[in-house]
Design a protein around this ligand. Structure first.
Ligand code: MRU
Length: 363
């Protein structure tokens, strides 16, 4: 997508075809900074500290992490070390495990001398596949938005989204935001309510920035406003992303998604999830019981990060010195609250039957 009119992906290979380059998302929206990743340790740090984030981008970055990690030592021993290091960075987004398993399988079947080239090629393929997947999610999802627009006699379609499931969370296009970009580009008059998404404010900082770069009308709201807007008829559809969706249709996504789904159900607002197939966990049946929920440092709750008038970025404390905080990063929305899952192969009901019909190879 465009940054000041120039097309970018979130991750790419530098001219030396070895170094990986990313957009440092901890600096947005105030600074657009490209960071070079030159080792598996730099990649692990970038994922853990959220220079890159969003389930599909975490997977793609980890794939390049494996390539960087084994390029000088492609032995089985080192392969395992890199796999373990990267897998431990973040626990919830299943794309991380999916990408690492994919690389491990391919590399184990490859002669040691060819592993470096194969790893780089597979990581690049994963990035290209992610773009295709997200673009297709955009096509399918945009029809939902277009349908609302047509039924409401071309009245502005109001869409609410949570966290950032845009192009910054993927390699390009995004999941929840891809339908919005495609509908907007096709001429649908739309407006996006952007949840700020405390504590890290991915909505206020990232979603608002990328929608703004594309010229999509949007308004940032604090996290508790969505229910009020739905009660008063100001939301036509909710679309979010997902970090892990069980094969039965439970969706684990950024903390607060569940509350939005409850409010949507109570107010008859359709609640959809942009779901790339690598985000489906075919091993988990009950999302509430069995998906590991990341708990991050309490510092993220106790502080807010922002820009001073002189442009300097600072963290300020907003809680009493003696108070403790808890920082759950994700929650699970049970399938009965979800209207549909927008996948690259079409829209499915949030249940095992629907997902298996679209992805029969996993039966
Ligand atoms: O903690 P984050 O910023 O990695 O969480 C991101 C989300 O929760 C997104 O909604 C999800 O990864 C889907 S991204 C297409």
């Amino acid at each position: 997508m465009l940054v000041n009119g120039v097309p970018y992906r979130t991750i790419w290979l530098a001219d030396d075809r070895v170094t990986v380059e990313i957009i440092d998302q901890t600096k947005l929206p105030h600074e657009f900074k490209i960071e070079k990743l030159e080792s598996v340790f730099a990649v692990a740090n970038a994922i853990k500290n959220m220079l890159v984030r969003g389930a599909p981008l975490i997977g793609a970055t980890a794939a390049y992490g494996m390539a960087l990690g084994i390029k000088d030592d492609p032995s089985n021993d080192n392969l395992k070390k890199c796999y373990d290091l990267l897998l431990a960075t973040r626990p919830t987004a299943v794309n991380l495990r999916w990408a690492l398993d994919d690389l491990r399988t391919i590399l184990t079947e490859t002669p040691v001398g060819d592993r470096k080239n194969v790893a780089y090629k597979r990581a690049t393929d994963i990035c290209n596949e992610d773009i295709d997947i997200c673009s297709n999610i955009g096509e399918h999802g945009s029809l939902l938005i277009k349908d609302i627009y047509d039924k409401n006699n071309n009245k502005t379609v109001n869409i609410l989204t949570h966290c950032n499931a845009g192009w910054l969370a993927t390699v390009d296009w995004g999941t929840a935001l891809a339908p919005i970009y495609k509908a907007f580009d096709a001429g649908v008059d739309l407006h996006v309510w952007v949840d700020e998404t405390r504590p890290r404010n991915q909505g206020a900082s990232l979603t608002a920035w990328e929608l703004g770069q594309h010229g999509v009308p949007h308004t940032i709201i604090v996290d508790n406003v969505g229910g009020h807007l739905m009660q008063h008829g100001h939301v036509d559809i909710v679309i979010t992303g997902t970090d892990r969706t069980t094969y039965t249709g439970d969706v684990c996504n950024k903390i607060g998604t569940y509350l939005k789904a409850l409010a949507a159900k109570a107010n008859n607002v359709p609640f959809y999830v942009g779901l790339p197939s690598p985000t489906i966990d075919w091993t988990v049946e009950d999302g509430v019981k069995d998906i590991p929920i990341e708990e991050r440092d309490q510092h993220e709750v106790a502080t807010m990060r922002g820009k001073l008038a002189n442009g300097q970025m600072v963290d300020v404390q907003i809680t009493p010195d003696a108070s403790f905080s808890k920082n759950f990063a994700f929650d699970v929305t049970p399938r009965h609250l979800i209207t549909g899952l927008i996948t690259e192969r079409g829209i499915s009901k949030a249940n095992a039957q629907g997902l298996r019909a679209l992805f029969p190879e996993y039966l």
